[in-house]
Design a protein around this ligand. Structure first.
Ligand code: HEM
Ligand code: HEM
Length: 207
């Protein structure tokens, strides 16, 4: 077999692997929410959008490992696929608190809590939401903030961690082992990606 053909097969296998992975990552929370059942439709929807929102943030960050290879694996350049999953994340994580506000009948759910560490972390989704909006607005304006925008983009890592902690503490996931495991695995992978990318940057700078 020609070397080129082998390469094309390799990318096709990777594409299949990633599409399957994304499908499984989205199907687990949806299946878990259905299996756990729901007493209240609004609670059911806010749970699904919270969990799939977290999954979308995870995929958006995971894809940043494939900046160069994106075109070969997915057939489109990195920014297009990055924006696609970023947009899905933003829609889901924005719907989630709106449903909470409607359900609880108060807009105060949008105010971050700083009363204690426990309150801050349990309601950490509130603070994470603003961190994410801020990092995304700065990314959109990055041509004007050439020097610092990337550092602000790094805020998306702690925002993900805070959202995951909030999901575990505030949600019903610690009762569900499959969902709890998915969140813990996603958190571990995000921490590894962060340090791996810093290592890559140091290596590049020293070359
Ligand atoms: C929920 C939304 C988003 C998340 C979670 C996210 C996350 C990330 C992460 C983790 C990286 C890798 C950073 C590193 O460690 O080096 C990255 C890279 C990047 N992001 Fe985003 N991002 C989001 C939205 C956006 C938006 C809206 C834009 C532009 C309008 C953008 C533009 C970029 C670009 C250009 C890079 C590549 C930077 C490089 O050259 O290394 N991102 N993103
Ligand atoms: C103003 C912002 C936010 C508010 C008021 C809020 C509120 C809530 C509430 C009340 C719950 C418990 C839901 C239930 O009883 O089923 C919850 C769960 C959850 N939230 Fe948020 N949240 C916010 C932001 C976020 C953000 C940015 C994320 C990021 C993805 C997120 C992800 C989750 C997850 C994964 C759960 C667990 C769902 C479950 O399994 O029960 N939240 N949130």
């Amino acid at each position: 077999m020609l070397k080129d053909e082998q390469q094309i097969n390799k990318w096709a296998k990777m594409r299949f692997f990633f599409y399957l992975l994304f499908l499984v990552l989205y199907l687990i929370p949806i299946a878990v929410a259905f299996v756990d059942g729901f007493g209240n439709v609004l609670q059911f929807i806010r749970r699904i959008v919270g969990l799939t929102g977290l999954t979308s943030l995870f995929i958006t960050i995971l894809l940043s490992l494939m900046i160069k290879e994106s075109k070969k694996i997915f057939g489109i350049n990195y920014l297009k696929i990055h924006h696609f999953f970023a947009a899905i994340s933003l829609v889901l994580i924005s719907i989630h608190p709106v449903i909470v506000a409607v359900n609880f009948g108060t807009g105060s759910v949008f105010i971050p809590k700083f009363d204690s560490w426990n309150a801050f972390l349990t309601e950490g989704g509130r603070f994470a939401l603003y961190l994410i909006y801020f990092a995304v607005i700065v990314a959109i304006l990055r041509k004007n903030i050439k020097k610092y925008w990337k550092y602000i983009h790094y805020l998306l890592y702690p925002a993900f961690l805070l959202s995951a902690i909030h999901g575990i503490l505030r949600g019903s996931d610690s009762d569900n082992r499959i969902m709890f495991s998915q969140i813990i695995i996603m958190v571990a992978i995000i921490i590894i990606i962060f340090f791996y990318k810093r290592y890559q940057n140091i290596k590049k700078a020293s070359e």
